[in-house]
Design a protein around this ligand. Structure first.
Ligand code: NAD
Length: 494
């Protein structure tokens, strides 16, 4: 089937209180295929009024029911139903995600779509297994710790993995018993607008999930500032996270932030260089480097430094840029021309600040590629911690390579940024591998491979400026500790 056959001719509508609606302004925005920069669909743009409608609908669903009063068994069954509906529509979601984000279709269809269905199934089970605890205090106090949903959660999503990330987060929000307002990025809104149809078909009560699309500064901000929203979770850039911390201060609401990264990938000289090169390349070029946990700082022991750079260059120049639907293509476009411009600015800074350009660094001359936002894989060697490209997240296929001599030096270089999202370590010495993994100041580390399986069982937490809040379903829950006095006079009243 032609992927464009899945695209709706009319603008995609907002989903509020169980209905697909047109906002009062009637305003739309273009959905653009980043491979050609041609618009291929439109979506309606919510204003503050629609955000308020969505908040009221979620409030009602949570406070008055039926959702807020539903048993976990019933909630779990609805999540399983959603998994079945999504499973049937995997091909459509994969095509839409490929068209809108410019990603490789194979990854969307056989990885992201499968993991999205898996998230609903996993959290349907998790909803049935939520437990509190009793804490031994003394012989005349019973203490129970329970977990509750926050209530109404605003979930603000980035553009780099809206489908899989959206499914993982929304299924956790719902399994915990919350109602949600979902705000995708305006560069990648369609998967969440389509997901509303899945919830509708699965039979979720009105108002439990609402999807509003449009400007982050307007409608994201309205969600963050609303006293009727109990929690806001945002995945996106660190600057946006800081803005949200500031904007939420008057309501002191719960905030969870999954932010940017500049993750180190350390390679000791006992590795099989050919194998390490494959992982190094994959670690920073998946989705053209638009992955938060990408290993964008390669820290290489001096004994293999030049050999590894040479082999990595050979591996990088072999990659094939193009349309993600073409099975020969291994390097996709960046999401948007504005984002590509940022990446080019960083490439220029790398050159200006004296890093050694190994390959890439110049635009493609092929006119087909020039229509899109393609950036060639760019390797910079001899990058030092004082350089901008070492410190700042680029979010494109750009790698900074830095040499080291000792284990202590490698750890110091790895920890020399304000980020703490992920990291990798490659060595045949497993004692050293674990030792170094424990010393990297990040919430997710890979040993002798790069990237996790994006599973939901063990989510990473952002350390330092890469995030705020715990990972997993607990992120969307709040605890309560209850003390029951079993004997008169057991609590001192002085
Ligand atoms: P972004 O910060 O530009 O936008 C994220 C979301 O916030 C979007 O929906 C946007 O509309 C919204 N937003 C913007 N301004 C807002 C405001 N004032 N108030 C409320 N919401 C606002 O991020 P992006 O460019 O969409 O995504 C890329 C970034 O996301 C990268 O930094 C990447 O590392 C990060 N990311 C992190 C993780 C993680 O798990 N830590 C995962 C994926 C992406």
């Amino acid at each position: 089937m032609n992927p464009y056959d899945y695209v709706k001719k009319d603008p995609y509508k907002l989903y509020i209180n169980g209905e697909f609606i047109v906002p009062e302004s009637g305003e739309t925005f273009d959905i653009i295929n980043p491979v050609t920069n041609e618009p291929f669909a439109k979506a309606y743009k919510a204003g503050v009024k629609e955000v308020e409608m969505a908040i009221d609908a979620a409030r009602k669903a949570f406070d008055e029911g039926p959702w807020g009063k539903m048993s976990v068994k019933e909630r779990s069954k609805l999540l399983l139903k959603a998994a079945q509906v999504l499973d049937r529509r995997k091909e459509e979601f994969a095509c839409i995600e490929t068209l809108e984000c410019g990603k490789l279709y194979g990854g969307c269809r056989y990885f992201e779509a499968e993991m999205s269905v898996d998230a609903f199934e996993y959290f349907a089970g998790k909803a049935r297994c939520l437990e509190g605890k009793t804490v031994p205090i003394d012989d005349n106090t019973v203490n129970i710790v329970q977990w509750y949903p926050h209530g109404v959660v605003g979930e603000i999503l980035p553009w780099n993995g809206p489908f899989m990330m959206g499914c993982q987060k929304i299924s956790a929000i719902l399994a915990a018993g919350n109602a949600a307002i979902v705000k995708p990025s305006s560069w990648a809104s369609l998967s969440m607008l389509l997901l509303a149809e899945v919830f509708e078909e699965a039979g979720f009560p009105k108002g439990v999930i609402n999807v509003v699309t449009g400007s982050g500064a307007v409608i994201g901000d309205a969600l963050v500032k609303s006293p009727k929203v109990d929690m806001v979770a945002m995945t996106g850039g660190t600057d946006t996270g800081k803005h949200i911390i500031e904007a939420s201060k008057d309501t002191v609401k719960e905030i969870a932030l999954e932010l940017g990264g500049k993750s180190p990938n350390i390679m000791f000289d006992d590795v099989d260089v050919d194998d390490a090169v494959k992982w190094a390349r994959w670690g920073f070029t998946q989705n053209s480097g638009q992955v938060c946990v990408s290993g964008t700082r390669l820290i290489v022991q001096r004994g293999i430094y030049e050999e590894l750079i040479e082999k990595l260059k050979e591996e990088c120049v072999k990659q094939v840029p193009g349309d993600g639907f073409d099975p020969k293509v291994t390097l996709n476009t960046l999401i948007h021309k504005d984002h590509a411009k940022n990446v080019w600015d960083y490439i220029q800074k790398g050159k200006d600040e004296g890093a050694r350009l190994v390959c890439g660094g110049e635009p493609y001359t092929d006119p087909e590629l020039a229509k899109g936002n393609f950036v060639p894989i760019t390797l910079f060697a001899d990058v030092t911690p004082d350089m901008t490209i070492f410190q700042e997240e680029i979010f494109g296929p750009v790698l900074c390579i830095t040499p080291f001599d000792t284990e202590e030096e490698a750890i110091a270089i790895a920890n020399a940024t304000e980020y703490g999202l992920a990291g990798g370590v490659f060595t045949k010495d497993m004692k050293r591998g674990l030792r170094v993994a424990q010393k990297i100041q990040s919430g997710q580390i890979y040993v002798n491979s790069y990237f996790s399986k994006a599973m939901v069982e063990s989510a990473g937490t952002g350390w330092k400026q890469s995030g705020l809040g715990v990972a997993g379903i607990q992120k969307y829950m709040i605890s309560k500790t209850i003390f029951i006095d079993t004997e008169d006079g057991s609590v001192p009243m002085m």
